[in-house]
Design a protein around this ligand. Structure first.
Ligand code: FAD
Length: 504
């Protein structure tokens, strides 16, 4: 472990992946670390529900950029394989278009080129060109915009960044940049789709989000044995093995401060815990409202990602062509996204993602059976009345979505036979919001639009309280397992830097 002058006492509020990563990083820098989690187990949105021997990951289902996770174990001097068995998936996923055609994403470059060429003459070479060009964005953009604590706007304007900015590789609309390589709408939709993984309208996304499909196609897509929740279990075990204390069923209700320094963390059960610093991993906008009882200075500029309506099906059998991951696109993806994000309503033809992880890991269901999860992006806090009993209540919406899904699967020749559905469980955005403490029930936290990116995203340090910090999806760099692991590392770097300044 590295040495830190004092053995300071750090408290982490929330045991989501970002909170666990921060706890591990701080412990490796000799802090005494205690994590308080309101739920009965760590993991936050990386959660798993077990029903009759079927295991359903209710949050993340895909692991990208697995090196972020591995680095954490390496830093702790523990082989990741002792904690987690990670499998590479290939092909990664399949996009089903409304005209009946489909496109597979794969890390095998020759096959990927064939897949693209089948849609458009020259697209095989163009996907090569696109991947090569995104390399610069991936390497420089990641280092300059994502992998560092940007102290201010000007710090983002370094010569390397400027060249990316001038080439329009960061801020230009995503579809404009894709249009330089591909004419076929289906190819552009498939590449732009990843923006929805962070709850952002692909048609309103900046081109920096080319890094998402680029990372997937270059570095591969992975899945851990036992499901995505194994990541939360592995990080919990690593944290405990190096001396982090984790207390579940313990809600933090507030802080007490003296002269703009945090002195105590107040627990709901009445305990007051002294601390030298705290890192809040609870969703940042919600934490400001319910723990700090104040408005974030950027509150008026905040906008939110979409929500997710989730279906979990225990299946006796599934069609043989269903893969681990697939996406079903509507006739007009643009119209569907406009209705979702701009009109704030459930689209007439919603896009949906279907995952069948038992294709990769049969232990996630009883022998011979399959676990199927379907995610439909929906408005997070809709303008319409979602009161139960009304036609626009979440149950009514769920019924409509399910019948749309069944029809769409039929049109893609991938029908789920109703007699094979052993049971169906649903989770609407409101239920997720309440369980995980998400402001506006936004599944992916604060939006990732340009005005809330990089130095414009809420910083990982409180604007006034000197020893209060943040880690997780709604602070820098953003949403997704690799990003929140980075947020744990970045907040630790900020804390260490602050400690050095204070020591001078
Ligand atoms: C449906 C869905 C699908 C997703 N798919 C993917 C995917 O495929 N791949 C991917 O990489 N990412 C995916 N994500 C995103 C990923 O799950 C999140 O970015 C990540 O898990 C968020 O981690 P976090 O550190 O922000 O903490 P969170 O998961 O938000 O956890 C915060 C924790 O704080 C706790 N807490 C809140 N308030 C208090 C309090 N007062 N006291 C104590 N504890 C408190 C909460 O209970 C929670 O456990 C998905 C997310 C969702 C919702």
């Amino acid at each position: 472990m590295n040495s830190s002058k004092k053995n300071e006492n750090a408290i982490i509020v929330g045991a989501g992946i970002g909170g666990l990563a921060a706890a591990i990083d701080l412990r490796l820098n000799n802090f005494e670390v205690s994590v308080f989690e309101k739920l009965d187990k760590p993991g936050g949105r990386c959660h798993q529900t077990v029903i009759d021997g079927f295991k359903f990951d209710t949050g993340p289902s895909m692991l990208m950029m697995k090196e972020e996770l591995e680095t954490l174990f390496e830093k702790a001097g523990r082989p990741v394989e002792d904690y987690l068995k990670i499998k590479r998936l290939d092909p990664h996923s399949c996009f089903h278009f409304a005209d009946g055609r489909s496109l597979r994403f794969t890390s095998d470059r020759i096959k990927l080129k064939q897949e693209f060429e089948a849609f458009e003459k020259g697209a095989g070479d163009n996907i090569d060109r696109w991947l090569a060009d995104q390399n610069l964005l991936y390497e420089v953009g990641m280092k300059q915009f994502i992998d560092r604590n940007s102290p201010n706007y000007l710090s983002a304007l370094k010569p390397d960044n400027l060249s990316l900015l001038l080439k329009g590789m960061v801020t230009a609309p995503l579809y404009t940049s894709l249009g330089r390589y591909f004419q076929d709408q289906r190819l552009k939709d498939a590449l732009a789709f990843s923006s929805l993984y962070i709850g952002l309208n692909p048609y309103n996304a900046p081109s920096i989000y080319n890094v998402l499909p680029c990372a997937e196609l270059k570095k591969g897509l992975y899945f851990p044995e036992g499901g995505m929740y194994s990541i939360a279990e592995a990080l919990t075990r690593l944290a405990q093995d190096i001396g982090v204390k984790i207390r579940c069923n313990t809600r933090v209700k507030g802080f007490s401060t003296e002269q703009d320094r945090l002195v105590n963390v107040l627990l709901e059960d009445g305990d007051r815990i002294e601390c030298d610093l705290a890192v809040v991993n609870a969703d940042l906008p919600e934490a400001y409202e319910s723990i700090l009882c104040e408005k974030h200075p950027l509150d008026k500029k905040f906008s939110y990602s979409c929500g997710a309506y989730l279906f979990f099906l225990g299946m006796e059998e599934i069609p043989k062509d269903l893969m681990h991951h697939q996406v079903f696109l509507p006739f007009s993806f643009e119209t569907s996204m406009h209705q979702l994000f701009e009109e704030n309503r459930v689209p007439d033809e919603p896009v949906f993602y279907l995952s069948c992880p038992t294709r990769t890991d049969s232990s996630l269901a009883p022998p011979g059976k399959h676990a199927v999860t379907i995610l439909v992006p929906v408005p997070s806090r809709p303008l319409f009345d979602t009161t139960e009993g009304t036609t626009s209540g979440w149950t009514g919406i769920g019924n409509k979505l399910f019948s749309h899904i069944m029809k769409r699967l039929e049109s893609a020749n991938l029908s789920l036979d109703e007699k094979d559905v052993l049971f169906q469980i649903r989770m609407n955005p409101e239920e997720q919001g309440q369980r995980f403490g998400l402001k506006n029930d936004a599944a992916f936290g604060l939006s990732h639009r340009l005005s809330l990116m990089g130095p414009m995203r809420p910083r990982n340090k409180h604007h006034r309280i000197a020893n209060l910090y943040f880690a997780g999806a709604s602070t820098h760099p953003g949403n997704g397992i690799p990003m929140v692991i980075k947020s744990g590392r970045l907040v630790t770097q900020r804390i260490l830097k602050d400690r050095m300044k204070e020591a001078i």
